[in-house]
Ligand binder design. Sequence first.
Ligand code: SF4
Length: 313
Amino acid sequence: MSGGGSADQAVFGPVPSRRLGLSLGVDLLWPKTCTLDCVYCELGPTNQLTARRGVFRDPDEVLAQVAERLDQLERPPDFITLAGSGEPTLHQDLGRVLQDLKSLGRAKLAVLTNGTLTPDPEVRRALALADVVVPSLDAVSPDVFARINRPAAGVHPEEIVEGLIALREAVRGRLWLEVLLVAGINDREAELARIIAAAERIGPDRVQLNTVVRPPAVSGVKAVGGRRLAEIAERFNLDCEVIAEPTVRARPERGELAAEVVEMTRRRPCTIDDLANMAGLDRRRTKELVRRLLKAGRLKTELHGQQIFYRGV
Ligand code: SF4
């Protein structure tokens, strides 16, 4: 899930996604509202930290915006993905939204969730309507969970693991578990062993290892190196992969490209290469576009590791 967002715009992209091909994003919440306040979150800090489900965007408005965007596209996306400014399962009408989107019959549906509300059977019933559910689990022991995910009151890792085991029954064949590793926090041997054991109990169809690839909410939070990630992936007795960079190019579509770049990078800071990939432009033309947007104050730069990222303002 990924920065900022806007009050009136629930749909963003399509964007090339590292795991879902060409993905049209749907943001059910705004401003950012989440059950967690992860140190690595690319959206920045969670100001609305809650585990209470509620009313956020109007489902009719979401459906209308998705239908309109789909009509504009020359090529349909591979997935419509519920993600964006926080935790989508906090939306109490999640089931209705998924049903409505399914009725459009235009793309498969994916939900990216932090998994914290899966102990609730109603949330599991709603998630079962998606074609793919991608929950995350970064820690199992309460102290590491508290350090990396900084949860709202009432959110406990052992209950999440049980919720994910129950979810697995409802979404057999369609559950991809993401584990995001942060150097020095959840990549130590004892915690890794717990995460691997929990993943094997959950039994997802695949495990995707990720790390801090974009500017995090808390400065100084560090990525785990590629070689170490590959070694860790080998230790899962499950289909486990290190998530690679996107390979799908999004073709330029109708609509103003500059506005789309600003909208998308509000939710997910991007490098020049990410933007070139998304916009289907070469690097030179992408750089020109970025220079114009920086000058106009519509993008700002952020440094993470050795890389420069651009974030919509
Ligand atoms: S679960 Fe963590 S990473 Fe995802 S939106 Fe919430 S705070 Fe950000």
